[in-house]
Write a protein that binds this ligand. Structure first.
Ligand code: GDP
Ligand code: ZN
Length: 301
């Protein structure tokens, strides 16, 4: 009897992904359609609250076609704090060639945030129409191994390359204000209709529009978070000895240092500093490393 009952329950459950959380209702996408779900009290007792991006098991409400209960929260792979979203595969970090000029240190901090959170970064250099020069950013980041795409949302240059990268993945867009995140998202997802331009955003904020976080399902598979975000950097959890591990272009050489706990500042026989002298690591990346290391050392006092 007990077995028969559990079999019945099993066949009635469906796996899905929470794509929206609004007014205490979780909206879950499944192979059998979308369901408005309530979480069973269970989660509150565990202290784990489901987040947008979480994979869940739901049990459809027998009295409704599109309502269900979340009965199980599947293992979360990673989690961002701002915006609060789980299981993010990649962050599309957008910078502009010009207007605004790239803030390299901010970019390095965002890349570090990605590495710490376990989210794969992709660097999109937008507004390629504003410059005829070879983009100096490519020179700086080529050694990191991160994917780089040079786009123009205005002239639809290489938008399809970004679209292809989003396929079957959960992605968030990040980057400073005005670099073109909303314009890129609008170009990638027709009908999204995000407002673009710094001025309109200020007006929007002034109106106190309530914003919620939502994953937009892409026609080719995959999801993208509708709200560009991801600017805060929480590095308090890492030790200064781990910092170089999160800079792939620096980490590559760290194994060759004489001391295992080398911080690559003034230790003798440092393979990282040797690589910098041979131009194998870009100086601006090393400067960012030094600044963040300083920050970590000061926090520890
Ligand atoms: P966001 O703050 O990062 O979301 O940036 P927006 O998408 O709102 O864009 C900011 C401004 O840059 C707007 O005036 C856009 O029209 C403009 N913009 C966006 N992408 C491009 C581009 O590829 N080239 C140029 N020249 N301008 C762009
Ligand atoms: Zn070293």
């Amino acid at each position: 009897m007990k077995n028969a009952l559990s079999n019945l329950q099993e066949s009635d459950t469906i796996e899905g992904i929470i794509y929206k959380l609004l007014g205490g209702i979780y909206y879950v996408n499944t192979a059998k359609g979308s369901f408005a779900c309530k979480a069973r009290g269970l989660f509150r007792l565990n202290g784990t609250k489901p987040l947008v991006g979480d994979r869940v098991i739901i049990e459809p409400d027998q009295y409704s076609d599109d309502e269900a209960f979340i009965t199980q929260l599947l293992k979360r792979r990673n989690q961002l704090v701002r915006p609060p979203v789980a299981n993010v595969d990649q962050a599309i970090i957008v910078v502009a060639t010009e207007k605004p000029k790239p803030n390299i240190h901010l970019l390095d901090k965002m890349l570090l945030s990605c590495e710490i959170a376990g989210v794969k970064p992709v660097i999109v250099i937008n507004k390629s129409d504003l410059t005829n020069d070879i983009c100096p950013l490519i020179d700086i980041y080529i050694e990191t191994g991160y994917k780089l795409v040079l786009t123009s949302a205005l002239q639809s240059r290489r938008i399809e390359q970004v679209t292809a990268l989003l396929e079957d993945r959960v992605s968030v867009f990040a980057g400073a204000s005005g670099v073109g995140k909303s314009s890129l998202l609008n170009a990638i997802i027709p009908n999204l209709g995000l407002k673009t331009g710094v001025v309109s955003k200020k007006i929007e904020r002034g109106k106190h529009t309530t914003r919620h976080t939502e994953l937009i399902a892409l026609p080719q598979g995959g999801y993208v978070l509708d709200t560009p975000g991801f600017t805060s950097l929480d590095i308090s959890g890492i030790s200064k000895y781990q910092l170089a591990d999160y800079f792939p272009d620096i980490e590559k050489y760290a194994g060759g240092c004489r001391f295992q706990d080398c911080l690559h500042i003034k230790e003798p026989n440092c393979a990282v500093r040797a690589a910098i002298e041979q131009n194998k690591i870009h100086l601006s990346r090393y400067k960012s490393y030094q600044m963040i290391l300083n920050q970590l050392e000061n926090e520890r006092v």
